[in-house]
Design a protein around this ligand. Structure first.
Ligand code: GLN
Length: 549
């Protein structure tokens, strides 16, 4: 922490409405500071009572992002990692549920020495402890803390109170950025500032004066508007930042740089001497991303496809891989529940690659299996992730090895062929939250395989989130039949990667490669999958003709 002397705490709150993109603004500011040579981490505080988002249905808050240390976290942590290329951990995501659980556990242990345990100071102290835990590591110049929800919500009150207290205690080491919306009135053709004024008033009533206002807007701010907001909200006009809708989230760091967000933040935190930001690699990524030399169409088969956020990391990983290959990846979102043997050729025909997504429960399973059969038989490049890999194993068992009724024990407890079965240590677990096989595990790849060609090395580590596994009782049958287990866990011999011998590119992985794809390091598995799709599409062979048939 040579550059700032002490850790600086930046809080990002939201006003007027939810979904304004606090995560992207936080990640963009972090990127700008990192590009100046500072060390930065970002943390998300979520005001809901779930202990973590692992038990949430993806329809609620989108995908659950898994960290190296096996924390099930909010999808914003995915943005943080993709922007910064630095791993996050359990400490980077805290919910009200966890805060209360910790406080109640302490109370049960008698740690409050007979005191009445209250929201203030005990809950707020626990929140402050979590905020500062990252700073205390002594490695970060900046800890950016994003508070979920909208200021004024009952459930976010303790967080705003914790910010008020920390600002009081730490003075110039703290700064608050408030993100608001400037609605556009079509009839009068005007942007309106009143909701921003009211939102700041709300924050002021809780004792917090924002230092910087970032205003989301669909249209350029009119002349004098920054001054007007500054006057009503007690901030400098230079600290009113316009945040126009961007073509892609990856433009936002550059837009924020143009608006001087990082400059204002540094100035207000009293940091006068700092290097210029080096965004050359970021700009290089954007150039490849925005000016592709070709295009490729990939089908993403899943049961939550109406809500793209449910597959956020997969979508972003495909885009990173597209940029790496200088090609535009078009995703066709295919609903697995609607796929049947009858409509499959119509639904998937013409696609250059098929990705079958992770998931839980039996809904949409048979459609996923049909999609895999189609990819296998028509030699369409295929990537199966977690449940997608498990379905590939089921499909191969049923349709190639003749294992009638083969299934995962998750879908059919009485299947005659449980080719996917529950791990022994999972069988005794009763609680749902945080009990899966989670986080990073090593995997050994066999030389001479596609997987080895992808990674270019023998030992890899990838992140997991599942309860079921390839059943090793069937391993010889699969190997002899042509579905090869090419990656295994060196300690447990659990199968992590399978691939088809007789296919241009068919890979199933038990882990989640999507969590590790970043702008700086697009994931090799996605890069090679997109490359295989480009090759399949480029070649005027029977592959393409069959895919269209
Ligand atoms: N439901 C499967 C399991 O628990 C797959 C999980 C996943 O796709 N993340 O093993």
């Amino acid at each position: 922490m040579a550059m700032t002397g002490s850790t600086k705490y930046i809080f990002v709150t939201g006003g007027v409405t939810s979904s304004l993109g606090k995560g992207i603004i936080s990640a963009s500011l972090a990127k700008l500071l990192q590009a100046r040579g500072f060390t930065v981490t970002i943390q998300k505080l979520d005001p809901y009572i779930n202990v973590d988002p692992g038990t949430l249905n993806p329809y609620e808050h989108g995908e659950c992002f898994v960290t190296e240390d096996g924390a099930e976290t909010d999808l914003d942590l995915g943005h943080y990692e993709r922007f910064l290329d630095v791993p996050t951990s359990q400490a980077n995501n805290v919910t009200t549920g966890r805060i209360y659980q910790n406080v109640i556990n302490k109370e049960r242990r008698g740690e409050y020495l007979g005191k009445t345990v209250q929201v203030i100071p005990h809950i707020t102290d626990e929140i402050k402890r979590h905020i500062q835990a990252l700073g205390r590591k002594g490695i970060y110049d900046f800890v950016i803390t994003e508070v979920g929800g909208t200021v004024g919500d009952i459930e976010s009150l303790p967080y705003v109170e914790a910010i008020r207290q920390l600002k009081w205690e730490k003075g110039r080491d703290c700064l608050t950025i408030h993100l608001t919306l400037l609605p556009f009135l079509q009839t009068s053709g005007e942007l309106k500032t009143k909701p921003t004024q009211h939102s700041v008033k709300e924050l002021l009533s809780l004792g917090v004066q924002p230092d910087v206002l970032v205003c989301r807007t669909e249209h350029p701010m009119q002349k004098g508007m920054k001054e007007k907001i500054a006057l009503f909200c007690n901030v400098d006009a230079t600290a009113v930042i316009e945040s126009r809708d961007a073509e892609t989230i990856y433009d936002v760091p550059l837009l924020m740089q143009d608006e001087g967000l990082d400059q204002v933040v540094l100035r207000k935190l009293g940091i006068e001497v700092f290097p210029e930001a080096d965004l050359a690699p970021w700009k290089d990524f954007l150039r490849r991303y925005k000016h592709p030399g070709g295009e490729v169409h990939i089908g993403l088969v899943g049961k939550y496809v109406e809500l793209h956020d449910a597959y956020k990391s997969i979508k972003e990983a495909l885009e990173h891989a597209g940029a790496a290959n200088e090609t535009k990846v078009h995703i066709k979102w295919v609903h697995s529940e609607k796929l049947t043997a009858k409509n499959i050729a119509k639904q998937l025909g013409g696609l250059a690659g098929i990705l079958v997504a992770p998931g839980f429960g039996h809904r949409g399973i048979e459609g996923k299996i049909e999609a895999i059969r189609y990819a296998r038989e028509n030699k369409v490049p295929f990537l199966g992730i977690c449940l997608g890999m498990q379905c590939a194993v089921i499909e191969f068992g049923r349709n190639v090895l003749g294992l009638e009724g083969a299934n995962s024990a998750e879908m059919d407890a009485n299947t005659p062929h449980p080719v996917i079965a529950m791990m022994e240590e999972q069988k005794k677990i009763e609680n749902k939250g945080g009990t899966m096989r989670l986080g990073a595990y090593p995997c050994l790849l066999k030389e001479g395989t596609k997987a080895f060609a992808v990674y270019g090395k023998k030992q890899i580590t990838e992140r997991h989130r599942h309860r079921y596994e390839f059943n090793n009782a069937y391993i010889d049958q699969y190997r002899n039949g042509g579905m090869l287990p090419v990656g295994t866990n060196p300690q447990t011999q659990l199968v992590e990667v399978v691939e088809l011998q007789d296919h241009p590119w068919f890979v199933g992985v038990q882990y989640h490669p999507e969590y590790k794809s970043t702008v700086a390091k697009p994931h090799p598995l996605f890069i090679h999958f997109v490359k295989a799709a480009m090759a399949a599409q480029g070649a005027p062979t029977e592959v393409k003709e069959q895919a269209k048939a």
